[in-house]
Unconditional design. Structure first.
Length: 333
């Protein structure tokens, strides 16, 4: 296959691209290399990919309509893994226009390209953040996700709705994967594992929101990648039993589906910090703070759909994952 991976210089994008290349696919990686976080980290990830003969890189902004049209017109993709996005809950509170440009307009440009090329399958990254005020655990894609509490989550939910439109109106087969707190080697420096590891080693206090009572469904990057490549090989088909009266949100009469990918074992943030302390051999100083706007207290993935679809559920324990993350962190820094 010839596969487009957007956000290829990003955390998940690099790992997915490496896996696709190892499977023999030709990968075109797209990224705008913006400075939301350290560009040197993005370039280091990209260097791992450009060493391969079957990888080519395109520096394009997803919101650049003309460049995106041109890319799809000349490239001949068969599948698309759309991971490029402006991430970060708190940053969305102060920079909303950036999120609309990247996550809404950018996703629309990807969908237009898929429509024009007759793509076999579009798999794109959504987020557990879309569940918002939903407190029914574990989070199920068959339940509602219409009350997000961050602008970031709202833009990702908009992407899901746009994808359903393109499946319904234009026959673009699309799967939305709601990722749950992804961590591991080559992770983003704006996320808690990197922030906490740096501060623990530097002897700086950690800002721990909600007094550490957050519970997160931490999911190791290798498990995310395994889920993505297995789903990519199974384009959705219309649900023959879909009924407008009950309107299951996770499927459709069109070729569209939504699945979760999470470890399905929520961990309290204080325990995650304890594991980092053990792996780093240092104690952390904690600055316990109230919950921040846009945060949710708990995340917990119902993985039954993904397991039924591709016969897989994550296998890397939080203890194993933190050890592997810290090993990489020490070697990289």
């Amino acid at each position: 296959m010839k596969v487009l991976v957007t956000g290829a210089a990003g955390f998940i994008g690099m790992h997915v691209s490496e896996r696709l290349l190892s499977m023999g696919h030709e990968v075109v990686g797209l990224d705008n290399l913006n400075d939301y976080y350290d560009v040197a980290l993005k370039e280091a990830r990209l260097a791992r990919l450009t060493a391969g003969a079957r990888f080519t890189f395109q520096r394009i902004d997803l919101a650049d309509d003309a460049a995106m049209r041109d890319l799809f017109a000349r490239a001949g993709f068969q599948q698309v893994v759309h991971l490029g996005a402006q991430a970060g809950v708190r940053y969305s509170l102060t920079h909303p226009h950036v999120y609309v440009d990247s996550n809404v307009r950018g996703t629309l440009n990807v969908l237009e390209g898929c429509r024009a090329c007759g793509i076999e399958h579009l798999v794109f990254a959504s987020t557990s953040s879309v569940y918002g005020l939903n407190t029914h655990m574990p989070y199920s894609p068959h339940a509602g996700a219409d009350h997000p509490v961050s602008l970031y989550a709202s833009t990702k939910r908009a992407g899901e709705l746009f994808a359903h439109n393109y499946a319904e109106l234009f026959g673009v087969p699309a799967t939305a994967l709601r990722f749950f707190t992804v961590y591991g080697p080559w992770g983003r420096p704006d996320m808690s594992p990197m922030i906490f590891a740096r501060k623990i080693l530097a002897g700086e206090p950690l800002d721990v929101f909600n007094y550490g009572r957050h519970r997160r469904d931490f999911t190791f990057i290798d498990d995310i990648v395994e889920g993505v490549v297995r789903v990519l090989a199974k384009p959705p088909i219309a649900n023959p039993t879909w009924d407008a009266q009950t309107a299951d949100p996770a499927s459709s009469r069109a070729s569209f589906r939504i699945c979760n990918i999470g470890h399905s074992e929520p961990v309290e943030l204080l325990y995650f910090i304890e594991l980092l302390e053990r792996a780093l051999g240092r104690k952390a100083e904690l600055n316990l703070l109230p919950m921040q706007p846009g945060d949710v207290e708990n995340t917990f993935a119902d993985m039954s759909d993904l397991e039924a679809l591709v016969g897989y559920r994550p296998v890397v324990s939080i203890e194993q994952g933190v050890e592997r993350f810290v090993d990489w962190y020490r070697s990289y820094h």
